[in-house]
Design a protein around this ligand. Structure first.
Ligand SMILES: [Cu+2]
Length: 129
């Protein structure tokens, strides 16, 4: 008889324990949900694009600072052919005649130096923050 009573008490204690575990798990999952909500990889609305011109056999501006995710457009305003070639080979426009343009999106932070394949004195740098 008394064995029956002991057995019936055990499941009740388990239910209470389980209920507390569920509540505490809910609390954890709720806080982790709000954490993931704030971390996003979407670029800010202001980072629409930035332009570098090639004029007088020089990149203007020679050093450009942008935020990660920004698309940079190079425009050849010279009468001669230029290229936009990354020193590390991560991007290359190929030949750009006067009036042509080339775009590259910088997704990763870092400093990216580049040059013109035809004019070694033409060098530029994009700093991605
Ligand atoms: Cu050039």
């Amino acid at each position: 008889m008394s064995g029956f009573q002991k057995k019936s008490k055990k499941p009740a204690a388990y239910v209470i324990c389980l209920f507390m575990v569920i509540i505490s798990t809910w609390g954890v999952s709720c806080s982790s949900y709000s954490d993931t909500g704030t971390t996003g990889t979407t670029p800010p609305a202001g980072a629409a694009g930035t332009e570098v011109t090639m004029q007088g056999q020089a990149f203007r501006p020679a050093t450009l600072t942008v935020t990660a995710g920004t698309m940079v457009t190079w425009r050849n305003n010279d009468g001669v052919t230029h290229t936009v070639t990354a020193d590390d080979g991560s991007f290359d426009s190929g030949s750009l005649s006067g009036g042509d343009n080339f775009s590259h999106t910088f997704a990763v932070k870092g400093t990216f130096t580049y040059h013109c394949g035809f004019h070694p004195t033409m060098t530029g740098k994009v700093i991605v923050q």
